[in-house]
Design a protein around this ligand. Structure first.
Ligand code: HSE
Length: 436
């Protein structure tokens, strides 16, 4: 069998997972790739106690791996977009194929990296960059290649899903659950990337580029995290028959492409509402196949390693064949990648969950419903919570039908101007996801 030598750069959570799974499953991996794969060099700042490195060839200089003439595939698992970018470009300059789990790198610099790889007749694979162990990149690039993709929507950050699930089912505090997610190796090095939605926006940009054949870019992508969510909203959503999930949504229509990441109410009966803990799930709606759902662990050492190694196997299988027979970086010929108009969030249509505090006296709700009616927004449900003794204000929760966000914003401004309403009106978008 042909020998394929891998240079592993980074021995953190994912790197150690790759090292251990390759060691454990090497016979099956070799049989599947029809090659003799070995981790010929490991570049890492320090050893990882989770790995038996006694027989490993270690260097503290990752750039040495990129220049090593024996290495066929450089695996970039160091994260970030500075040193990782230099490493990947150096590896390509030195004729190495690249496998990476780095969503920020692909989302921000993928265009340059793929162009460089194409010019040099090399592959850059990134299955592990999106949704951990779920083979969603392969599904979009290959499995759904017959389709026009209409939309995709998914839970694409394991840390936020873990936090929301624990808040919902166990009433736990945000900070406490985030610490546990960090300890379990789910969170990014900087966990604000998870909880502010930045990690999910990187992943959504990648998915949308493949789905809609458009350049990798974060421009116009609306991003909101979960830090402003209040436990009471999680509870009220349940009362109304909904669950709050942090979703990435991409949809194409004649008006352009919607790209948005934000907390979202989804009906309790939808499949995605039951996706809990660190799991991710992505629904893809396409013209020929209809709606498909891809589910699995979205973070963690070995689930992510599973995706990295699948890429190594894919590269090893075909690296000696003619590059035209390889799957292109974004799943289609680079000349077919065309920029698209990204819709302003104000023009996007969704349902809305609204909460505000209002004086408990006759006429207040009729003022509010008049404002909604004048804005052309119809109300689907309304609840008013009983106030504790002595409290003159009550929480009012309204669920609207689908409307443009700019109409909702107009209504919110007018509601906040009512003398009977105290403080700000908060809102969360609602998606029905075709009731799947
Ligand atoms: N921090 C990421 C998450 C890791 O929680 O989903 C996987 O990309």
């Amino acid at each position: 069998m042909r020998e394929v030598k891998v240079g592993l750069c980074g021995l953190g959570t994912v790197g150690s997972g790759v090292f251990n799974v390759v060691s454990r499953n090497l016979a099956a991996i070799n049989a599947r790739s029809n090659c003799q794969i070995s981790i010929a060099q490991v570049g890492c700042r320090r050893d990882n106690a989770a790995c038996d490195l006694s027989a490993a060839h270690i260097t503290r200089d990752i750039f040495e791996v990129a220049k090593n003439p024996d290495i066929d595939i450089v695996v970039e698992l160091i994260g970030g977009t500075t040193v990782a970018y230099d490493l990947v470009m150096l590896a390509l300059e030195n004729g190495k194929h690249v496998v990476t789990a780095n969503k920020a790198l692909i989302a921000e610099h993928g265009g340059t990296i793929f162009a460089q790889a194409e010019a040099r007749g090399l592959m850059v694979c990134y299955e592990a960059a999106v949704a951990g162990g779920i083979p969603i990149i392969k599904a979009l690039r290959e499995g759904l290649s017959a389709n026009r993709i209409n939309w995709l929507a998914g839970i694409i950050n394991g840390t936020t899903n873990f936090i929301l699930s624990e808040m919902d089912t166990k009433g736990r505090e945000f900070a406490d659950v985030l610490s546990e997610a960090q300890a379990k190796g789910y969170a990014e090095a900087d966990p604000t990337f998870d909880v502010e939605g930045i990690d999910a926006s990187h992943k959504l940009a990648i998915l949308a580029s493949i789905a809609f054949a458009m350049p990798l870019s974060l421009d116009g992508l609306f991003t909101d995290g979960i830090t402003q969510l209040e436990p009471q909203d999680v509870a009220y959503a349940r009362e109304l028959g909904y669950v709050i999930k942090h979703l990435g949504i991409a949809r194409q229509s004649d008006a352009g492409v919607e790209l948005r990441v934000h907390p979202t109410l989804v009906p309790e009966r939808s499949l995605i509402a039951g996706v809990n803990d660190v799991a991710n799930a992505i629904m893809v709606n396409a013209d020929a196949v209809g709606t498909t759902l891809f589910y699995g662990p979205g973070a963690g050492a070995e689930p992510t390693a599973s995706a990295v190694i699948a890429d190594i196997v894919d590269v090893a299988r075909v690296m000696d064949s003619y590059p035209d027979s390889w799957v292109p970086g974004l799943g289609c010929n680079s000349s077919a990648i065309q920029p698209r108009t990204i819709m302003d969030i104000e023009d996007v249509e969704t349902g809305f969950y609204i909460r505000f505090s209002a004086l408990d006296k006759p006429g207040v709700l009729s003022d509010v419903t008049k404002i909604m009616g004048d804005a052309g927004i119809s109300i689907e449900a309304i609840i008013q919570r009983e106030q504790p003794a002595g409290e003159r204000y009550v929480n009012v929760i309204i669920l609207t039908n689908v409307t443009k966000e700019k109409f909702l914003n107009e209504a919110v401004t007018h509601i906040e101007q009512l003398e009977t309403v105290r403080g700000e009106v908060s809102f969360i978008r609602v998606e029905y996801l075709d009731q799947v």
